[in-house]
Ligand binder design. Structure first.
Ligand SMILES: Nc1ncnc2c1ncn2[C@@H]1O[C@H](COP(=O)(O)OP(=O)(O)OP(=O)(O)O)[C@@H](O)[C@H]1O
Length: 248
């Protein structure tokens, strides 16, 4: 279970010596249960990706804590192998000098598992994301967008993490590929009982994959709603935002 409590985050607004700071996240608290997919929807610049980085323990909050099963994610041992991420920019997510096999093995190697099992593990992971073993020796530039994102997903699930932060993970893909990858993510979530923090602008994608959706406004939670009851949002802002995001 992921528990975010009282997160506050600001950044310096000017250069290195600047004293002024811009508040990005203001007192954010929520929980994401095991096996739950929690969506974060909000306008551009509202702080969604910043929140994602704090959940991953990549950055430190000014105040507040992110805990995974009661332990602070700022400790490397708490996040290593237990938390992972899939980002929008799949091409730069994969080291261009790595083969697919090396890219998928990166997090496993960080956990120092035995090398003998590695190849068969990569084969299994490729299979689970719908790619055949011949992909192992390819490099990122030889993959289509959908294939590269499948490799990123295989890498993200390789350590069987409890939680994955998916930051606009399907947004750069063609619509038909988006649907396939969303379906795959849903299946993998069931298979491994993982939690997802699903950051997106895409209301349809969120409605498809999420159990609950947080509507974010200017670094604060405006409203949280069950994905199946999106039409019942209460606040006028949330209504307006959702209407603006409906594209059909
Ligand atoms: N490392 C940083 N240093 C300074 N300011 C930053 C940093 N990271 C983000 N910001 C600022 O924080 C604000 C929120 O950015 P963030 O990327 O979290 O928003 P977002 O909701 O994910 O936006 P988008 O949907 O466009 O990706 C922006 O004004 C951004 O310029």
């Amino acid at each position: 279970m992921l528990k975010v409590e009282g997160i506050v985050k600001s950044y310096k607004t000017g250069g290195f010596f600047a004293k002024e700071r811009q508040n990005i996240l203001r007192n954010i608290s929520f929980e994401c249960g095991s096996g739950e997919c929690l969506g974060i929807i909000g306008e551009s610049g509202s702080g969604k990706s910043t929140l994602g980085r704090l959940v991953l323990g990549i950055e430190k909050p000014d105040r507040g804590t992110v805990r995974l099963n009661g332990e602070n994610v700022l400790h490397r041992t708490v996040r290593l192998g237990h938390l992972s991420a899939v980002f929008q920019d799949y091409t730069s997510s994969i080291n261009p000098y790595f083969t697919v096999e090396e890219a998928i093995l990166e997090p496993i190697t960080a956990q120092r598992k035995s090398r003998a099992e590695d190849r068969s593990k990569v084969e299994l992971l490729l299979n689970q994301v719908g790619l055949n073993p011949s992909y192992m020796s390819k490099h990122a530039h030889e993959l289509s967008g959908g294939e590269a994102q499948r490799v990123c997903i295989a890498r993200a699930i390789s350590t069987e993490p409890e939680c994955i932060v998916l930051d606009e993970a399907v947004s750069s893909l063609d619509v038909s590929v988006q649907i396939q990858v969303l379906k795959l993510l849903k299946e993998l979530k069931e298979l491994y009982n993982m939690s997802y923090i699903f950051i997106t602008h895409d209301l349809q994608a969120a409605a498809y994959i999420c159990d609950r959706i947080i509507i974010f406004r200017d670094g604060q939670i405006e409203e949280t709603v069950e994905a199946q009851r999106l039409k019942d949002v209460q606040s006028p802002y949330a209504r307006k935002l959702l209407n603006s995001l409906i594209t059909f």
